[in-house]
Design a protein around this ligand. Structure first.
Ligand code: NDP
Length: 282
């Protein structure tokens, strides 16, 4: 297995099994260089979002890489400012334009319950979903999905969706395992993408992980990403540091035993928990 290995989504599209995160990568040189390095290292799947403010730099790095568009997988996300169908249609076009792409491989509703329409999330999500479906039919997006959705948000969407969501991107790392939601995703043919797979850096200091990493001659980040891959998740590690971007890609030359996996499974809650999307926004 390597960075170019893929999962098959429920709509038949292929998605590289590890993605490269870009949240908090500053627009301009920082995001540009990070994505450029990631593509040189071998990542073929880039995760961005309108609200990250860096789509233009991500798009420029993609263009300058010279890699064939068909060999790349690019995800962006619809922000909370899109409340109605027309807003979503416009914001899809704006993301495409900033990225400098003809199509996005995957486009997600970023957050299930935006403040302005709370608590009427089902109506809002149905509205923006219509625009996302139109964009799929127009060839602007290959696959559509959700992020930060729980069962209570997905069930009403599944009822009205003519084109089904194929991905649910949620926070998953050893401290935030969301087992029930992962099972719900599986039961509804939704691939679980694991965002903040390193807990935004917060889980890297856990002593249990340091010992395990030493045993394998790997870094804690590599052990945690390997755990995510062996669990069947699709991790999206972020870094703007070239050595770490390379390090996070070297997770295919060792295997965690079932005892190692069980030890990591036992770290739930030790370094942060998930936010409730009905109570928080970004
Ligand atoms: P991660 O869990 O990937 O951790 C990134 C942090 O860890 C950064 O501070 C980075 O530092 C540091 N780091 C990375 N690699 C290493 C390493 N090998 N050793 C030590 N430190 C390391 O964080 P994110 O929260 O950014 O999540 C990853 C991606 O998931 C995001 O970038 C985004 O694409 C997606 N995401 C989606 C969300 C959603 O709502 N859908 C929400 C949050 C994230 P540095 O960069 O300085 O090297």
């Amino acid at each position: 297995m390597d960075l170019k290995d893929t999962f098959m989504l429920s709509n038949g599209e292929k998605i590289p099994r590890v993605g490269f995160g870009t949240w908090q990568s500053k627009d301009g040189e920082e995001a540009y260089q990070a994505v450029k390095t990631a593509l040189e290292v071998g990542y073929r799947h880039i995760d961005t979002a309108a609200v990250y403010g860096n789509e233009a730099s991500v798009g420029r790095a993609i263009k300058d890489s010279g890699i064939a568009r068909s060999d790349l997988f690019v995800t962006s996300k619809l922000w909370d400012t899109a409340l109605a169908k027309e807003d979503a249609a416009r914001e899809i076009d704006e993301s495409l334009s900033r990225l400098g792409l003809d199509y996005m491989d995957l486009f997600l509703i970023h957050w299930p319950n935006p403040l302005p329409t709370r608590p009427h999330f089902a109506e809002r999500n149905a509205q923006v979903w219509r625009a996302m479906e139109d964009a799929v039919r127009a060839g602007k997006i290959k696959s559509i999905g959700t992020s930060n959705f729980h069962a209570r948000h997905l069930l009403p969407l599944l009822e009205v969706a003519e084109i089904k969501p194929v991905v649910n991107q949620i926070i998953i790392n050893p401290s935030v395992q969301q087992k029930e939601l992962v099972q719900f995703n599986q039961e509804h043919d939704l691939l679980t993408e694991a965002y903040s797979p390193l807990g935004t850096g917060k889980i890297l200091g856990l002593s249990e992980l340091t010992e395990l990493a030493e045993k394998h001659g790997k870094s804690v980040a590599q052990v945690v990403l390997r755990w995510s891959v062996q669990k069947g998740f699709l991790p999206l590690p972020k870094s703007v540091t070239p050595a770490r971007i390379r390090e996070n890609a070297q997770i295919f030359d060792f295997t965690l035993s079932s005892d190692d996996m069980a030890l990591i499974d036992g770290l739930q809650g030790l370094a942060g928990t998930a936010r409730n999307p009905d109570e928080n926004s970004h």
